[in-house]
Design a protein around this ligand. Structure first.
Ligand SMILES: *Cc1c(COP(=O)(O)O)cnc(C)c1O
Length: 429
């Protein structure tokens, strides 16, 4: 199957081209030419299937002409080797826990899958590829862990010195092996600007095969559609009729994957986009006018995005038809005060501890459920320990740090300090 650019449906790329380049030459995002519709028998038999089997069936529908089944099976099984349980929080409200991967956030799913797919496409080429990624925290560690020890691939992460949390820095800088961490004397914007300069530098690109692993890569998006199927498959009998799924959203990649799953035939009644104060998409859904603006800082900082890159994908999926999109997708914005109160209130009332992003999702879901009764699922996108400062402050309780994070605290930091300067970066490439 070919992949077209959201800027030009006439532009065609193979899966390999789309995955290795990340973005179309015209800066559009890649979309599959056809979203396969899965047969009703598939959904009738979904209940009780293990996650990797569901993932294999869904991905095979998309990739059957681009990969051998045995290769796809290996990629799926290697990348999705952790639990994604659906947990009942209160009556008719469930949390899909996406934080049981190595870096404790849902980005592990996309990053691990993309790493293995890219590794597969590059295995017959004797050139080494360098994945360059700028991070404000979560993305870099998911990408780094995803690519750890993948043959033929080197990862160089740029992060702003002093602007990631101590735990996040440990996740970025303790891996070694094929991962290089560069601690940039500057801001996240400086890191991103450096990456752009590197991709535009002729001399460098002659010498090094650079690629990007940012979240617009189609290989990060597609695997996120698998767990919507798995979530639905875990609902108890009789609870799967009218299901609303709420997704805490920033760049809107995660929810785009959900809308793709719905297009494939997954019987989700409606999606809810939950945002913090960065609410350009809820605004668009209400007014029909899209007005991007600079992001503001919130306590659910992985969603501080003022111009979500996957907005173009959602519009493409709905043929730029606002009403059609607004029929499937409802948006709510949640304030920091509401979020913090909810982290504490949900725990006191139900015993369930959310992180700030999950709490945003929970609250938006509750708002939706006031408009009509349904079975609700919200995505818990990160482990509460990843946002330990906020969670401990509002609950007044210590958060237990999972072993995967705690063990990093004793490992030495392996990072090179550089100035925010292209020549300094090139010296490490
Ligand atoms: C990245 C991230 C989000 C936002 O996901 P998008 O796909 O960008 O909408 C939400 N929660 C957490 C914890 C994240 O790391």
């Amino acid at each position: 199957m070919y992949y077209y650019s959201t800027n030009n449906r006439g532009h065609h790329a193979t899966l390999k081209q789309a995955v290795t380049s990340g973005q179309a030459p015209d800066k559009g995002l890649y979309m599959p030419q056809q979203i396969p519709i899965l047969p009703e028998t598939f959904y009738a038999n979904l209940k009780g299937l293990p996650f990797d089997e569901i993932a294999l069936k869904v991905s095979w529908a998309l990739f059957r002409n681009d990969l051998e089944l045995t290769d796809l099976r290996r990629i799926v099984e290697d990348s999705l080797n952790f639990q994604i349980p659906l947990v009942e929080v209160e009556e008719d409200i469930y949390s899909l826990e996406l934080f049981h991967g190595p870096t404790l956030a849902f980005k592990d799913v996309g990053a691990r899958f993309m790493a293995r797919l890219l590794g597969h496409f590059l295995k017959d080429e004797d050139k080494e590829v360098t994945v360059l990624v700028a991070t404000s925290g979560d993305t870099g560690s998911a990408v780094a862990h995803g690519f750890l020890n993948v043959p033929g691939i080197r990862v160089v992460i740029l992060y702003p010195s002093g602007k990631v949390s101590p735990l996040q820095e440990k996740q970025l800088t303790t891996l070694g092996q094929n991962i290089t961490a560069l601690e940039v004397n500057g801001s996240f914007d400086d890191c991103q600007a450096l990456v752009k300069l590197a991709f535009a530098d002729e001399e460098l690109n002659k010498r090094v095969n650079l690629t990007s692993a940012n979240s617009i890569n189609i290989a990060r998006l597609v695997p996120q559609s698998f767990y919507y199927h798995y979530a639905w498959s875990q609902l108890p009998a009789g609870k799967d009729d009218k299901v609303v799924v709420c997704v805490p959203s920033g760049n809107f990649g995660n929810i785009s994957a959900g809308l793709i799953a719905k297009r494939m035939g997954l019987p989700i009644h409606r999606f809810v986009a939950a945002t913090n104060a960065n609410d350009v998409v809820p605004q668009y859904l209400q007014t029909g006018t899209y007005i991007p603006r600079p992001s503001v800082a919130t306590c659910s900082n992985a969603m501080d995005v003022g111009n979500p890159s996957n907005f173009a994908r959602m519009m493409d999926l709905y043929n730029n038809d606002h009403d059609a999109l607004a029929n499937d997708l409802v948006g709510y914005a949640i304030t920091d005060a509401e979020t913090k109160f909810a982290v504490k209130e949900i725990q006191q009332r139900t015993g369930y501890l959310t992180d700030p992003h999950g709490a945003v999702g929970y609250l938006a879901l509750k708002q939706y459920l006031q408009t009509e009764p349904a079975i609700g699922i919200f995505l818990e996108t990160a482990h509460p320990a990843k946002f330990i400062e906020v969670v401990e402050e509002v609950t007044g309780n210590k958060v237990e740090i999972p072993e995967a994070l705690a063990s990093l605290q004793h490992l030495p930091k392996l990072a090179h300090k550089i100035e925010a300067d292209l020549e300094a970066l090139k010296a490490h490439l």
